[in-house]
Design a protein around this ligand. Structure first.
Ligand code: DP6
Length: 338
């Protein structure tokens, strides 16, 4: 018997500028609306997969040195089942994954995790998917993972079915020229709390859709937000992009907070950070806040001004950890070994 090949792939996390929150089809992860994101450099998760019968015929999963239990493990196995079904395999797999940023550091971990897993598992299963097919596959693991297949600014077209729901890069001339005529986007990640979230995003989006009277209004406004954001990107108008980015995220949280019972990811420090970002902006620096399914705040800024923004925020938020992240690349297959 020939040994099963092991494939290794990596992917960066991404932060949504125009958010994905809600599924039109849960089993296929078709979102209710399209979203726009920035892939962040230096946030890679690297994953090795081999369909080698796993441990005692069950999938053996190791994430950052530990075996995940419960839902986390079940999600990986369910995803591997999908890959096995497509490739006509039955063997259990060994999966070893590690990320350079700690899972609790306030960065979306499922996006990088499932993008890297999709690339490594499909290669290990003998499939050679193009980027669009890989994005569609990653989407089935976690919606935001569809976007981590690509680097820089990325648009996830909501689509209407499995074939039409995929991400693609938003190509802007000079978008990554530091300080130049380009958009030069960067993110300051402010970690206010490393506690695990109280309610996972899958469940929280389900509850928001079902019970928040504000949800339909947010989705409706989001369509115009996306149009405005894409126009701002084309015109390399960071202030215009920043304004719509902050408004879209606050609208998403308003919809969550209006759920019954309320879903509130914010801590008192989250609101302090929102005020700090506003104050820094009023001083004339480019800074706009966005928040995901947790208490931490990410600040969209211009790469050339990122360190000035960090300094101004530090004065107002003593003790908060801040990291500057610049645009990063997409999925990388690191190797296939027999
Ligand atoms: C708030 O992609 O984690 O970060 O598809 O259920 O796995 P599932 O959800 P996930 O949700 C991300 C939500 C968000 C906004 C975004 O990234 O667009």
């Amino acid at each position: 018997m020939t040994p099963a090949p092991a494939a290794t792939a990596s992917a960066n996390t991404n932060i949504a500028l125009i958010k994905y929150w809600g599924k039109a089809d849960e089993s296929l992860t078709i979102p209710t609306a399209s979203s726009l994101s920035l892939t962040l450099g230096g946030t890679r998760t690297t994953t090795t997969v081999s369909f080698d019968d796993g441990a005692d015929g069950a999938d053996a999963v190791t994430i950052n040195g530990a075996a995940p239990g419960g839902t986390a493990r079940a999600r990986v196995t369910r995803f591997l089942d999908l890959v096995r079904a497509r490739a006509g395999l039955t063997a259990a797999a060994s999966v070893v994954s590690s990320s350079v940023v700690p899972l609790a550091a306030g960065l979306a971990s499922s996006a990088a995790g499932f993008a890297a897993l999709a690339a490594a598992a499909s290669r290990a299963a003998g499939m050679d998917l193009d980027d669009r097919a890989l994005s569609r596959l990653a989407r089935r693991g976690s919606g935001s993972a569809a976007r981590s297949v690509f680097g820089g600014l990325v648009l996830w077209n909501a689509g209407v079915d499995d074939a039409t729901s995929y991400a693609e890069p938003v190509v802007v001339d000079g978008a990554d020229e530091p300080g130049g005529a380009g958009l030069d986007p960067a993110m300051v990640v402010i970690v206010l709390s490393e506690e695990r979230k109280t309610i996972g995003s899958t469940e929280a989006m389900r509850a928001t859709m079902r019970t928040s009277p504000l949800y339909p209004a947010w989705v409706e406004a989001g369509r115009e937000d996306l149009r405005a954001a894409l126009a701002a990107v084309r015109e390399r108008d960071l202030p215009r992009l920043g304004e719509v980015v902050e408004a879209n995220a606050l609208g998403m949280h308003a919809a969550m907070i209006a759920s019954r019972p309320s879903i509130m990811y914010w801590l008192p420090r989250t609101i302090e950070a929102l005020h700090a970002v506003r104050a820094v902006r009023e001083e004339g620096l480019p800074a706009w806040a966005t928040i995901d399914a947790g208490p931490n705040v990410k600040v969209l800024t211009r790469g050339a001004d990122a360190h000035a923004v960090v300094a101004a925020l530090r004065d107002r938020l003593p003790g908060a950890a801040m990291t500057v992240r610049r645009p990063g690349g997409g999925v990388r297959v690191e190797g296939v070994a027999r």
